[in-house]
Write a protein that binds this ligand. Structure first.
Ligand code: ADP
Ligand code: MG
Length: 216
C-alpha cells in the first residue's frame, strides 16, 4: 500500500482518570491525496495528528508509510512536515532564514539553500520577501511562511493542524484554496485537521469525520 496507513491507533494521556483521546482509528491516505479530519473541539483530532507525525507516542496501534512501520521512528526521521495554527515562526529570523532553517539542519549547502528558498517563496506567493523580518508580516503572510518552511525539505506528508484558524474569515477562504493548490502542485500528501466543514471541503480530496476519539 503506497502512502500513509494508520492501524487501530490509540492515544491515552496519563492522569486520574486517564484521557482516552484517540480510541482506535484506522485510515489510509494515498500518495498525493489530502484527507481532512473534521470534528468538534476536543474530539481527538490533534492527538491523532500528533501521533501520526510522532510528537505524541501512541498507546497502541501502528503508523506506516509505503508499508514501512514508522511507529517507533523519531519525528525528524519520518519525512513528515507539520504546520500549526499559529505558525510558530522564529521571530528573530527573516522570512528566508525561517524557510532555510530545516535545510540548514539537513546539511544543504548555502547556494542550494538560497535557490530552494526562492522556489518556496514563489510557490507560496511571497517572492521578494526573503529579507523581511517575520514580525513585519500580516497573519496570512506568516502562515504562508510557515507553509513554505514545512514544505522546504520536501516532506512526503504534510500534517496541518487548524492552519487557518487564526486568520479572519475572508483570508481563510482564499488561503484554503491556495494551500490546496500548493499541496497538489508539489505532489505532497496532506493530513488536515479542522473543525470548519467549509475548509475541509475546499482543501481535502476526502473528509473523515471524528467524534469522541473515533472516526464516525
Ligand atoms: P482536538 O484537536 O479535536 O480539539 P485534542 O486531541 O486536542 O482534540 O484533545 C482530545 C482530548 O485529549 C481532550 O479531552 C483534551 O483535553 C485531551 N488532551 C489533549 N492533549 C492532552 C495532554 N497533553 N494531556 C492530557 N490530556 C490532553
Ligand atoms: Mg486540536
Amino acid at each position: 500500500m503506497s502512502g500513509l496507513s494508520v492501524a487501530d491507533l490509540r492515544v491515552t494521556y496519563a492522569g486520574r482518570p486517564p484521557v482516552e483521546a484517540v480510541r482506535g482509528v484506522s485510515l489510509s491516505i494515498a500518495q498525493g491525496e489530502t484527507v481532512a479530519l473534521l470534528g468538534p473541539s476536543g474530539c481527538g483530532k490533534s492527538s491523532l495528528l500528533s501521533a501520526v507525525v510522532g510528537i505524541v507516542e501512541p498507546s497502541a496501534g501502528a503508523v506506516a508509510w509505503d508499508g514501512e512501520d514508522l511507529t517507533r521512528v523519531p519525528v525528524h526521521k519520518r519525512g513528515f512536515g507539520l504546520v500549526f495554527q499559529d505558525g510558530q515562526l522564529f521571530p528573530h529570523l527573516t522570512v528566508g532564514a525561517n524557510i532555510a532553517f530545516g535545510l540548514e539542519m539537513a546539511g544543504m549547502a548555502r547556494a542550494a539553500r538560497a535557490a530552494r528558498v526562492e522556489e518556496l517563496l514563489s510557490l507560496v506567493g511571497l517572492a521578494g520577501l526573503s529579507g523581511r523580518g517575520v514580525t513585519e508580516l500580516s497573519g496570512g503572510q506568516r502562515q504562508r511562511v510557515a507553509l513554505a518552511r514545512s514544505l522546504a525539505p520536501g516532506p512526503r506528508l504534510l500534517a496541518l493542524d487548524e492552519p487557518l484558524s487564526s486568520l479572519d474569515a475572508d483570508l481563510r477562504g482564499r488561503l484554503a484554496v491556495e494551500v490546496r493548490d500548493i499541496l497538489r502542485s508539489s505532489g505532497t500528501t496532506g493530513l488536515l485537521v479542522t473543525h470548519d466543514p467549509a475548509e475541509a471541503e475546499v482543501m481535502a480530496d476526502r473528509v473523515l469525520r471524528m467524534d469522541e476519539g473515533l472516526l464516525v
